[in-house]
Ligand binder design. Structure first.
Ligand SMILES: [Ca+2]
Ligand SMILES: [Ca+2]
Length: 87
């Protein structure tokens, strides 16, 4: 029984990595692998986001999407009549 419990505890982090979190926003936050508060293209794609979206939202083209860029990008997309992914 104790062994089973230990195995279950060991298995939990692996499960947390493979099971997709509830919302796209949570997926995006989880995809910030190095927790620097911004997304590289690799991290962005790992969250299941589109390459095109990255190019649109990375306003200063430094290769990273920051949280303010994300907010502004969503607003721009809405202003253009595009529907941002649900948050
Ligand atoms: Ca990052
Ligand atoms: Ca940027």
């Amino acid at each position: 029984m104790r062994l089973f419990l230990a195995l279950a505890l060991l298995a939990t982090p692996a499960l947390a990595q493979t099971a997709p979190p509830a919302s796209p926003r949570e997926r995006l936050i989880a995809a910030d692998a190095n927790k620097d508060g911004k997304w590289s293209k690799e991290e962005w794609l790992a969250a299941g986001r589109r390459d095109m979206g990255f190019a649109m939202i990375d306003a200063d083209k430094d290769g990273f999407v920051t949280q303010p860029e994300l907010m502004e990008g969503m607003k721009r997309m809405q202003a253009m009549g595009m529907t941002p992914p649900p948050q």
